[in-house]
Design a binder for this molecule. Structure first.
Ligand code: PLP
Length: 393
């Protein structure tokens, strides 16, 4: 008799071992509870600006419902080329060095799939965005975290990269401003990292999705530094700067050979990004700068408020220089970050993500997204202060 079909046995080993996202797990609980104030999921509370939504509607009205070139609409790639040159000082050929993707998520996935051979090491700084390590694992690569210490504000140093991994290290993923810590890098610091990258002959995959949400100082892309454009895949998207998470649209820029390799994967897995989203992205990149600035200034007000509130309740919280995340330390309460987040949710109905969801270095911290209305943040911090006071009694 045939043995019973067991779906579990059919799951590839390396996929079975991938943990569920710590954020999603937590927010499944949140969704089932009424009256919760969420500082959880990293998503703008703003609706996509009207002129961008209108561009999507207009695309539909005109019957723009077809596939596009695998690389994306040429007019969008030309606009991206102009934008990246103006904003980041890096020039890319719109015909062969730019690929429009389904968000930075897809761009990251295909960049890794294009370059990683089984057993190759990929370095990334940690605590970090939840998808880096699993995305590396899914390519049969070896994920090598470069731990950043809370003692120096989770800064990534050239020395730490120098020591990380082995001779099999092939690529380095960078993310500035950083999710979840809000950290940024100066030109001087990046130059030191570029130096190690050159010496170790690494490829850089730089995720700059929060670049427009830089509050202090200039945003510098490592791809703009001498000798780096040739060995960097630059990833960017529309989700955060233009509040367009649901459009699922992003892009990758890099050396033609790498973009071509990524395009071949994209061609067979995705074919192309949605034409409606591409039309909306074109409107965003051409006419959306004022919206981005306006949203960033709102985030700045909220950031200043939430950081002051955390420090006033005795939870040390440095000022994030970019992104929309505050990363206060909860160690003084005696609770681990998951226990803190669960109890806070149960007792005060405020949802934050335990820092441990972003890697072991995040333990003892909480990620609080301030892309939430200020009045909600005010109530959330009052509840948090009450909770912390009770813990200390
Ligand atoms: C650092 C980072 N990269 C990429 C993404 C995903 O971006 P997208 O919506 O463009 O796929 C996120 C989303 O939170 C993020 O924080």
């Amino acid at each position: 008799m045939a043995s019973p079909f067991q779906p579990d046995q059919f799951i590839a080993g390396h996929v079975r071992d991938i943990p569920r996202s710590g954020i999603r797990e937590f927010f499944d609980i949140v969704q089932s509870m009424p009256d919760v104030i969420s500082l959880g999921v990293g998503e703008p509370d703003f609706v996509t600006p009207w002129h961008i939504r209108e561009a999507a509607i207009y695309a539909l009205e005109r019957g723009r419902t077809s596939y596009t070139s695998n690389l994306g609409l040429l007019k969008l790639r030309e606009a991206i080329s102009g934008y990246v040159e103006k904003k980041f000082g890096i020039s890319y050929d719109s015909r062969k060095q730019i690929l429009v993707t389904v968000g930075v998520s897809e761009a990251l996935d295909i960049a890794l799939r294009a370059v990683v051979n089984p057993g190759d090491e990929v370095l990334y700084h940690e605590p970090c965005y939840v998808s880096y390590s699993p995305s590396i694992t899914m390519t049969h690569g070896v994920a090598v975290p470069v731990s950043c210490s809370a003692d120096n504000g989770f800064a990534l140093t050239a020395e730490a990269i120098e020591k990380a991994g082995t001779a099999r290290a092939k690529a380095l993923i960078l993310n500035f401003p950083t999710n979840p810590t809000g950290g940024t890098m100066t030109r001087t610091e990046l130059l030191k990292i570029a130096d190690v990258v050159l010496r170790r002959n690494l490829l850089v995959i730089t995720d700059e999705i929060y670049a427009e949400l830089t509050f202090e100082g200039e945003h510098v892309s490592i791809a703009s530094l001498p000798g780096m454009k040739e060995r960097t895949v630059f990833l960017h998207g529309f989700s955060k700067a233009y509040a367009m998470t649901g459009f699922r649209i992003g892009y990758a820029c890099g050396p033609a050979e790498l973009i071509e390799a990524m395009m071949r994967i994209h061609q067979y897995s995705m074919l192309c990004a949605s034409i409606i989203s591409q039309e909306a992205a074109l409107e965003a990149i051409q006419n959306g700068e004022a919206d981005t600035i306006e949203m960033r200034e709102q985030y700045r007000l909220r950031r200043n408020f939430i950081v002051d509130a955390f420090n006033a309740m005795g939870l040390t919280c440095p000022l994030p220089r970019g992104s929309f995340y505050a990363f206060p330390c909860v160690k003084s309460t005696g609770l681990g970050s998951k226990e803190f987040a669960v109890k806070l949710l149960e007792q005060e109905k405020v949802a934050c993500v335990p820092g441990s969801a972003f890697g072991p270095g995040g333990e003892g911290y909480l990620r609080c997204c301030f892309a939430t209305a200020l009045d909600q943040i005010q109530v959330a911090t009052e509840r948090l202060a009450r909770f912390v006071e009770r813990l200390r009694r």
